[in-house]
Design a protein around this ligand. Structure first.
Ligand code: NDP
Length: 297
């Protein structure tokens, strides 16, 4: 992470603080209630990026003092077998959160698998019941990435009432829930996507910019209003010949070097939203364990 800017949001440090907080709650749950929050992660097949994510999730779950269960299933696992596994975990009292790592192999219908997870154990917050609850102001499980983005925004900005926010990207897992959370925080929200006209001008008018597109450095530095807060969700791998032949590096959806000059605060890639996503998964697992046992922490 570049060090000569004071407006960079340190997602790694923020995530470490969230995980420390989660670990305290886990200790309290164990000692006062005899409950160890349990998270089960299922991975199907051998996608290298997914394997790294899953390893990190399992490691950090254990470090927070939780019970961590990891199921590795073969690439050619039939959909019915995966759903049967999910059903078994739904009725396992030691498991409070279930995460099926996406993407799944092509022969498996992701929607059917997500629908099979008990909504109260859906710590990714992707089940239609949880998206419905989020959309209608109810108390469901909030998807981890948008939850992490909101924590960093609230920390920087406090009350966001009346601020203009733009989210670039309208996926079910990032863009839409993010828009909902910003609306709940009383922002005036614009959701942009691939058919949006004059995207640069839309971004220029925003006090908060959340980029969730999946296109390397697409949002230019001079699109960022002076003082705006920029949250870069994108993770893109681009060639880095300066590091040696065939080497790659990670960049976000925002041209960081340009945007950091205008932004009041900005998350880097890597070291911004990514670490917060896993920290929020742990937070959601504790929340799920509390709700399933009628406990208020
Ligand atoms: P999706 O591919 O599901 O959605 C991308 C969105 O970007 C779509 O809504 C699409 O519009 C929009 N889009 C594509 N091209 C343009 C364009 N030229 N101008 C404006 N909008 C455009 O991606 P995700 O939401 O799943 O992920 C977005 C990024 O965030 C990815 O890089 C992903 O790797 C990263 N990510 C990072 C996480 C983290 O923990 N840091 C977690 C999850 C995702 P349309 O709907 O019109 O096609």
């Amino acid at each position: 992470m570049p060090e000569n800017h004071t407006n960079i949001i340190d997602g790694k440090a923020f995530a470490a603080a969230v995980r420390a907080d989660v670990a305290l709650d886990v200790t309290a749950l164990k000692t006062k209630h005899g409950i160890t929050p349990g998270l089960a992660v299922i991975i199907v097949g051998k996608d290298p990026a997914s394997e790294v994510y899953v390893r990190n999730k399992v490691k950090q779950t254990a470090e927070a003092g939780m019970y961590s269960l990891h199921h590795d299933m073969e690439e050619n696992t039939p959909e019915a077998d995966l759903i049967a596994k999910v059903h078994a975990l739904n009725s396992d009292p030691l498991i409070h959160g279930i995460l099926v790592q996406l993407p799944l192999p092509d022969h498996i219908d992701e929607a059917a698998v997500i629908a099979a997870i008990a909504p109260e154990k859906d710590v990714d917050g992707f089940h239609i019941v949880n998206s419905g609850l989020l959309a209608t102001g109810g108390k469901g499980m909030v998807p981890c990435t948008p939850l992490g983005c909101m924590m960093m925004l609230k920390d920087r900005l406090g009350d966001m009432s009346g601020l203009k926010a733009i989210i670039v990207g309208r996926s079910n897992i990032v863009g839409k829930p993010m828009a909902q959370l910003l609306l709940d925080a009383n922002c005036t929200v614009t959701i942009a996507h691939s058919r949006t006209k004059n995207l640069a001008d839309e971004v220029r008018s925003a006090d908060i910019v959340v980029a969730a597109v999946g296109r390397a450095e697409m949002i230019k530095g001079d699109w960022i209003k002076k003082g705006a807060t920029v949250i870069d969700v994108g993770i893109n791998r681009i060639p880095a010949p300066e590091r040696g032949e065939g080497k790659m590096r990670l960049v976000g959806d925002v041209d960081f070097e340009g945007a950091v000059k205008n932004a009041g605060a900005i998350t880097p890639v890597p070291g911004g939203v990514g670490p917060m996503t896993i920290a929020c998964l742990l937070r959601n697992t504790v929340t799920a364990a509390c709700r399933q046992n009628g406990i208020e922490l």
